[in-house]
Design a protein around this ligand. Structure first.
Ligand SMILES: Cc1cc2nc3c(=O)[nH]c(=O)nc-3n(C[C@H](O)[C@H](O)[C@H](O)COP(=O)(O)OP(=O)(O)OC[C@H]3O[C@@H](n4cnc5c(N)ncnc54)[C@H](O)[C@@H]3O)c2cc1C
Length: 484
């Protein structure tokens, strides 16, 4: 084979990581092409709320917060029980800050305000209007949220791509790498061969991969579901696990089991296929003993782990008064419930109904005495205004006292982010099972494994991973290929 190349770099995927990687490689002088399987750029990044986690940024300073990258690194590693690779996470935390400043220089506008989730919101999700907010359990807040959502990143990066003359080909799904003598030298897409000196896997995760791959790599997504159900979620349609197949072909060490995010929420398998996230807020989430196990407003940085710790056997319990008060207003892609929706869900078998708490407990398979005690304590705490065990703010909540009573399954059933792929080093090089760099192969975003852990540290983890590590990959490729 000749060593002649069509491009210096082929980027697979035109989402957050791919666009960032392509731009930074092109800035270093590389001739770059992006191949995208879908009919538009953006991927999950464009569908996201756009929250981006970073520390010690200009926005934090403008709003009067003092932060440090050391503290962010400590927070990130602590939430992940220090199991993520230290050098990689240190680079990620270090580079997230200049990445946010670069995005601002491209035109991203983070409103200069401290944003908060509405009080008592039990659904995951970010804030309306954008700003800086605590996207996990951190202080000071590190979630940088553009008013327009994640599509602003991909449209501004796509503008920059065009200015730099980076080619983009849509509707082209790459399925194979060219591997010669252990080095990656190009790709095959739609039967056509393109040769290059470097290939960047930026093709997202496995959310829509075949069931076998999800079973193998994200077994938790199945654990939460009753038998016969398949995990679903809002990730971009291109997340089919192609990066895993291609990286394996090059001999990469594939890692990332259960890394990413399956968010907690009501499991309503027979409801129309939109996300009915907003269950009533005067609700308790209980386990098989009928006991609460967390404040119902716990952030999604921690709730999925708490649900997992209950063996996924959790229920949300509310009463007739809450049904009548339920508010159809949703936010973003999460839809509100209304009183009729609850009755329809009962008829569809998604919500259980009973005249007494004890009968409801029997239907759920939880302990009747345990659930009775829990409801009594919740109602007593309502009177004192102090949630004795979980310190939930009781303002604007109501007792659970008026029959009939209702229960829905509460689980980690919305499959959003799944980062499985080649193990990467802190320069986004793909590594083989001996920890050696695979020449010519790089990976970033959900396709590059190691940054996202089993604990999603809060809204902002996924977008920050995609754009930061895409930028890091582009800079590394620039150094490897151009010496700069
Ligand atoms: C609804 C939603 C909301 C979210 N909100 C947030 C948030 O606010 N903050 C946050 O941090 N995270 C959020 N996330 C997660 C975050 O958006 C993702 O983790 C991140 O954007 C993934 O970026 P990526 O570059 O890895 O993938 P993508 O941006 O999806 O890019 C991958 C691209 O590769 C393409 N592709 C796939 N296979 C091939 C192939 N074989 N050949 C060519 N192209 C291919 C895909 O079509 C896609 O365009 C959200 C996710 C969703 C779905």
């Amino acid at each position: 084979m000749s060593d002649e190349v069509d491009y210096d770099v082929i980027v697979i995927g035109a989402g957050g990581s791919g666009l960032a990687g392509a731009i930074w490689a092109a800035e270093a002088g590389c001739k770059v092409i992006i191949l995208e399987s879908e009919d538009r750029v953006g991927g999950s990044t464009a569908l996201s709320d756009g929250v981006f986690n970073a520390a010690d940024t200009s926005l934090q300073r403008k709003l009067g917060f003092t932060d440090s990258i050391d503290e962010y690194y400590d927070y990130y590693m602590t939430l992940n029980a220090w199991r993520q690779p230290a050098a990689l996470i240190r680079t990620f935390c270090d580079e997230a800050t200049p990445t946010v400043e670069w995005l601002i220089s491209l035109g991203v506008n983070y409103p200069e305000r401290v944003a908060k989730k509405p009080k008592q919101t039990v659904v995951v999700g970010s804030v309306d209007g954008g700003g800086l907010y605590a996207a996990g359990v951190e202080y000071p807040p590190r979630g940088h949220c553009p008013a327009e959502g994640g599509s602003i990143y991909t449209s501004l990066m796509d503008n920059r791509r065009a200015v730099l003359g980076v080619e983009l080909v849509l509707n082209t799904r790459v399925q194979q790498l060219i591997v010669e003598d252990g080095a990656v030298k190009g790709v095959v897409a739609d039967g056509q061969t393109l040769r290059s000196r470097a290939v960047l896997l930026a093709c997202g995760g496995i959310s829509h991969a075949d069931p076998e791959m999800i079973h193998t790599w994200f077994p938790d997504a199945y654990e939460t579901l009753p038998p016969g159900y398949h995990p679903t979620g809002p990730a971009g349609p291109g997340h089919r696990g192609d990066g895993v197949h291609m990286a394996r072909q090059a001999g990469a060490d594939i890692i990332g089991k259960n890394c990413g995010l399956a968010t907690s929420g009501p499991f309503l398998p027979n409801a129309p296929p939109i996300w009915h996230g907003y269950n009533p807020s005067s609700v308790v989430y209980v386990n098989v003993k009928g006991q609460r196990f967390a404040p119902e407003t716990a952030p999604y940085a921690v709730m999925p782990g708490l649900v997992k710790a209950q063996g996924y056997n959790c229920w949300g319990v509310f009463d007739e008064a809450a049904r009548l008060r339920s508010d159809p207003t949703g936010s973003g892609y999460a839809h509100g419930w209304d009183p009729q929706f609850v009755l329809d869900s009962v008829a569809r078998g998604d919500i259980l109904q009973a005249d007494t708490i004890e009968e409801l407990a029997v239907k759920c398979g939880t302990r009747p005495g345990g659930l009775r005690t829990t409801i009594d304590q919740f109602n007593e705490d309502m009177v004192t205004g102090h949630d004795r065990w979980f310190l939930r703010d009781m303002e604007a909540l109501h007792p659970i006292a008026q029959g009939p009573f209702y229960a829905f399954r509460y689980g980690n059933s919305t499959f959003v982010v799944a980062s499985v792929g080649p193990r990467i080093d802190s320069g986004a090089h793909a590594l083989d099972e001996d920890g050696q760099i695979i020449p010519g192969l790089y990976a970033a975003g959900e396709a590059g494994a190691g940054v996202l852990g089993e604990r999603y540290v809060g809204g902002g983890n996924g977008v920050a991973n995609a754009i930061t590590m895409g930028r890091v990959a582009g800079m590394t490729i620039g150094k490897d290929l151009m010496g700069k």
